[in-house]
Design a protein around this ligand. Structure first.
Ligand SMILES: [Cu+2]
Length: 246
């Protein structure tokens, strides 16, 4: 009997120490937070208070878009691409934070990149569910798939609207591959918060000063406009690392 107890103790002791020694995988969860500024200050919706590079005043009333293929670039050269597609609507708080579906290993990272919009293989009519279809579908006669973005507002006066909509037109891909400047970080905590800041005024300049009157209220069928939006969009995003939690 004593011997049995002795062995039981050993077994219990072994299993306890086993539990204590379980090494937590050294991985970091990444939570994205989506922020929207105009000229460096938080966007104030529905107010014709902003001025573009050609002197037109404008408001913003809709900001909807997709972020996909977030890629974390390791300094050792290995890239980790997360296959998620995330939909953001500035008027829906639940969409303004998003935790990537996969964690990344601890280590040193040289930067973050992502796709603004959808790459062709992700951009398939009907593939994102009925609700997203209703909100973001791109007309099949224009090539199908989804809008990358709906940015809408008025310019000069109320009711004088512009629909700054982008997407793949007639099978031509205009998704924006964004390399975030100054986005190097070390993954050494259980969670890292990453702020993605959209500077909305940058959609309307560099390299092309956007003239609402010239382009008109709708640009979806205009390949030149889609190519211009793509070019202007490369410097729209910046990153901030607000805090990380152990
Ligand atoms: Cu549209």
């Amino acid at each position: 009997m004593k011997i049995v107890k002795f062995f039981l103790l050993i077994i219990l002791g072994a299993s306890t120490s086993c539990t204590n020694n379980t090494v937590q995988p050294e991985e970091t969860a990444i939570e994205l937070q989506f922020l929207h500024n105009v000229n460096g200050d938080p966007l104030e919706l529905d107010n014709i208070k902003y001025t573009n590079a050609v002197g037109q005043t404008y408001s913003i009333k809709t900001v909807k878009y997709f972020i996909s293929r977030v890629t974390l670039h390791r300094t050792d050269g290995a890239d980790i691409t997360i296959p998620d597609i995330h939909y953001v609507d500035i008027r829906d708080d639940a969409t303004l934070t998003y935790e990537l579906s996969e964690k990344i290993p601890y280590g040193s990272y040289s930067g973050i990149s992502f796709v603004y919009g959808l790459v062709p293989e992700d951009n398939v009519t009907g593939s994102l569910g009925l609700e997203i279809d209703r909100l973001m579908e791109w007309p099949v006669p224009m090539g199908g798939g989804y809008h990358y973005m709906k940015l809408e507002g008025d310019y000069n006066e109320a009711g004088n609207f512009f629909n700054f909509h982008s997407g793949s037109l007639d099978g031509v891909d205009y998704a924006i591959h964004v390399d975030l400047p100054n986005s190097a970080f070390d993954a050494n905590t259980s969670k890292l918060n990453v702020g993605l800041v959209m500077e909305i005024s940058n959609w309307f300049k560099n390299p092309v000063d956007w003239d609402f009157a010239y382009w008109g209220s709708g640009i979806m069928g205009n390949a030149d406009a889609q190519a211009t939006v793509q070019k202007n969009g490369t410097d729209v995003f910046s990153v901030s690392f607000p805090s990380s939690t152990l």
